[in-house]
Ligand binder design. Structure first.
Ligand SMILES: [Zn+2]
Length: 357
């Protein structure tokens, strides 16, 4: 279609008009429109004019001590806008710091209200920040060479505390994401209700939770098809009393300190959940569990079936256990995928993705 020159010209004019209007609107929006008579009334110089200042003046919240700070606080429609500025300016927070407080969760804000001024600038961008742990973060940061992000995660999972000193009793032992470690232990009488068995490496029947059993069967099928080996469970679900005997035997042999690095205290073993499974390739000599190539396959593929390598190499300081390439844990496919892709432990995953602060 060919357009006459005057039609082209007209279209160009219209286009320029639209752009010009947009630009005008943009700058108009950016400029604070505030009622100057309000400023005059309070004897305030126009250079302080801002939406926030207008808001505090109109709502009788104005305090001349904070005149400078009002102009730094970006006005927003938050329900707690008034609450935040009236609570935190008197505590000594600057306008810039208050802008950050709007990003905090309600839970963190409530906790922060109860405290005197805290310098939060190192934690502004950290989503798993928990006001409760503020002093412990700073202490842990001073003692270690970690980033603030890592410090927050590590303190949240209690790595700054000696093991078995501040143990929590797990409240949701049936959850597929249940965390059992040296800080989180199961009730003594907890037993999973839905265990089923699979043939084990030593001719035994190995009990585990149904969901883990079904996933393990799929994993077994895949590993046989792909690298032509068998992976059989040696042990999975273990009750409290069994773990008690096991642990006490290890202590008798090696002492508490050494035993704690490879065996869980009763109640604090993931095996009691019925979701943890120790595997063995029956073709390996009896003292070996897996060949290196079996482990490589497991590391690359277990997540597809909802399992994670629970105690990987280089994460001993987080899991509290030396590497156990044969110990897998069912967490479900979604969690397993994230843990695998981001090279996380279950502890880190829960803190970064699941726990709400
Ligand atoms: Zn194990």
């Amino acid at each position: 279609m060919k357009l006459k020159p005057w039609v082209k010209f007209l279209l160009l004019i219209i286009l320029l008009g639209i752009i010009g209007f947009g630009v005008f609107k943009y700058f108009q929006k950016d400029k604070e429109t505030i009622d100057n008579s309000l400023l005059k009334e309070h004897n305030i110089s126009e250079k302080y004019a801002s939406k926030t200042l207008e808001y505090v003046l109109k709502n009788n919240l104005y305090d001349e001590n904070y005149l400078e700070e009002y102009s730094k606080i970006e006005f927003n429609e938050n329900d707690n806008f008034q609450d935040i500025i009236t609570t935190f300016l008197p505590k000594g927070y600057s306008g810039e710091e208050i802008n950050y407080l709007f990003n905090l969760s309600d839970t963190n804000l409530e906790k922060l209200k109860e405290k005197d001024y805290l310098d939060l600038k190192n934690y502004y961008q950290i989503k798993n920040f928990n006001v409760d742990n503020f002093d412990r973060y700073n202490a842990y940061y001073a003692q270690n060479n970690y980033s603030y992000e890592d410090v927050v995660t590590y303190v949240n999972i209690k790595l700054d505390l000696p093991v078995y000193t501040d143990t929590t009793t797990v409240s949701d032992p049936d959850s597929l994401l249940v965390l059992v470690n040296k800080y989180n232990c199961l009730p003594k009488d907890y037993n999973p209700k839905d265990t089923e068995t699979l043939p084990g490496a030593y001719g035994n029947n190995v009990p585990m939770r149904k969901v883990a059993k079904e996933a393990l069967e799929k994993l077994q099928e895949a590993v046989t098809k792909e690298i032509n080996i068998k992976l059989l469970p040696t042990t999975a679900y273990r009750n409290y009393n069994f773990q008690n005997t096991l642990y006490n035997n290890y202590v008798a042999e090696d002492g508490v300190k050494a035993a704690d690095t490879y065996s869980a205290r009763p109640g604090c073993s993931e095996h009691q959940t019925g979701l943890a499974i120790d595997l063995k390739n029956p073709a390996t000599p009896s003292s070996y569990r897996l060949n290196e190539s079996d482990y490589e396959w497991l590391k690359a593929n277990a997540y597809k079936y909802g399992f994670i390598i629970r105690f990987p190499k280089n994460k001993e300081f987080i899991t509290g256990y030396q590497e156990e390439n044969w110990h897998i844990r069912y967490v479900g496919e979604e969690a397993a995928q994230i843990i695998h892709d981001n090279n996380l432990t279950l502890e880190e995953y829960l803190d970064l993705y699941i726990t709400k602060y």
